[in-house]
Design a protein. Structure first.
Length: 472
């Protein structure tokens, strides 16, 4: 049995996301807390679900850890409990929540209320646990689960793997696994991937310099946010109470129409559907700006993608631990005068993503993250004052597909859909997230309240829908 170290350091991307989380809390906004919903058919007995979540946490001890800081380097790390079994028993009491809504008068309203009430903007990173697993028993033999976590713990891919492991632990033949038994064949938490392995300090510095130059590609453009100080009543930062979310699921027939539109309106090639959906978000935000009479030179989105990971021999590393974020973000920019034409939007995004991958900008960005991760937390905060190109986003955006072996069932309840999202700092304060699962496309729009009025967010959602279904 491999010994689990008590200290597991955050990788460079985790550190950056943690820094953003900390900065947002200091500004009075909600922290960067992500969520993932699981819809299932069938009854899931709460004791079995609770034990399955505890088993997955035992297999991944960082989920029970608290965040601490090195006295020498000032950098954050996860501190795993010395007595793991006791740590899991304590953590599961706070991590698992069950609500029986079978007799509720208005199930949809009550479910929405509970989802909002259970959002913890000021997540207790210092003491953990680092996940919250909500279990809702619904009428008509339906079940919904909601996994929440601070984004600095893991990305959407890792969250899907964690859910798959919960499902594996809920099977009758797998409920007595030891801490070293992981049903999902991925490395343990402390096997952090060294993305820059084999690259010298000098080479990393060169990559860092080139990455800085890339981030300034849109310098000089006047990018206006949809909600700024004027709309927020002149306050330095827009107000924040909690986040709100709207979710919709496209049928297989609707997905076929969307794919057909993508093939007609976006250039063929890599990441066709992600490019098309990103273009639809830009088209929708352009129409929204036009309705609100907001003048801007261009629209900026980031598209989070998985960084290219290689081993010492330059071979791709396909196995990553569940824990950790391995994300970088090309910036998509479309000038206002080109945003009336979906073909033009598609061409611009295609060229920008092509240049990004051809020039290996993802590795440059990781070198920037790695450089920043060498700093103490107090110095790390200065990073957000630099003109890195992410300050004036017009909207959030991301797209992700299902993992190779997605969750099939949890405690006997058959999983029919998985989708999720998370808040975006204000401005822009709105974050549309597309995801696919078993032939279905999902769209989750999350917005910060009350900085983003519900009416504005729902109008944005309607315009995105109109864009994805617009006749090619």
């Amino acid at each position: 049995m491999e010994e689990i170290p008590r200290r597991i350091h955050l990788n460079p991307c985790d550190y950056l996301i943690y820094g953003k989380h900390r900065a947002l809390l200091r500004k009075g906004q909600g922290g960067n807390i992500a969520y993932m919903m699981v819809d299932a058919v069938g009854h899931a007995p709460p004791p079995i679900v609770r034990d399955a979540v505890a088993g997955a946490m035992r297999s991944h001890p960082v989920t029970t850890a608290g965040l601490a800081f090195s006295a020498l380097s000032g950098r954050p790390y996860w501190q795993v409990p010395l007595a793991l079994q006791e740590g899991v028993e304590s953590a599961i009491e706070r991590a698992y929540v069950h609500e029986d809504l079978q007799q509720a008068d208005d199930v949809k309203r009550r479910l929405t209320e509970l989802c909002h009430a259970n959002y913890a903007a000021d997540w207790d990173l210092a003491n953990g646990p680092q996940i919250r697993f909500e279990h809702y028993t619904l009428p008509n033999n339906l079940t919904r689960f909601c996994l929440r976590w601070p984004h600095c713990l893991m990305d959407a891919e890792g969250a899907q793997w964690f859910l798959a492991e919960v499902g594996a632990h809920s099977r009758p033949d797998r409920r007595l696994l030891t801490a070293d038994d992981r049903p999902i064949d991925l490395p343990p938490d402390h096997h952090v991937v060294n993305v820059l392995v084999g690259r010298s300090i000098v080479e990393r510095y060169r990559l860092f310099r080139r990455g800085l130059a890339y981030q300034k590609a849109h310098k000089g453009l006047n990018i206006r946010p949809i909600i700024g100080e004027e709309e927020a009543g002149g306050r330095p930062e827009p107000p924040f109470s909690d986040y709100r979310a709207a979710h919709q699921h496209f049928s297989p027939e609707q997905l076929s129409q969307i794919k057909a539109n993508a093939k007609k309106l976006a250039p063929p090639g890599r990441a066709l559907y992600a490019r098309f959906l990103g273009g639809c978000v830009i088209r929708a935000i352009h129409l929204l700006y036009t309705e609100l009479e907001i003048k801007t030179d261009a629209y900026l989105l980031t598209l989070p993608v998985r960084v290219t990971m290689e081993d010492e021999r330059g071979h791709p590393v396909l196995r990553r631990p569940i824990i950790g974020n391995y994300l970088v973000s090309p910036t998509l920019c479309v000038l206002r005068q080109r945003a009336d034409d979906m073909h033009a939007i598609g061409e611009d995004i295609f060229q920008q993503l092509g240049d990004y991958h051809h020039n290996h900008v993802d590795i440059m960005q990781w070198a920037m993250l790695w450089t920043a991760s060498l700093m103490r937390v107090s110095v790390h905060q200065l990073l957000y004052r630099l003109p890195l190109g992410f300050e004036n986003l017009s909207s959030g955006f991301s797209y992700y597909g299902e993992i190779a072996h997605p969750v099939v069932s949890i405690a006997g309840a058959k999983v029919v859909n998985v989708y999720g999202g998370g808040p975006q700092p204000t401005p822009p304060g709105m974050n549309p997230v597309f995801s696919s699962f078993k032939g279905r496309l999902n769209l989750s729009l999350t917005w910060n309240s009350p900085a983003i009025p519900d009416k504005l967010a729902l109008r944005f959602l309607k315009l995105i829908n109109e864009a994805v279904f617009a006749a090619a």
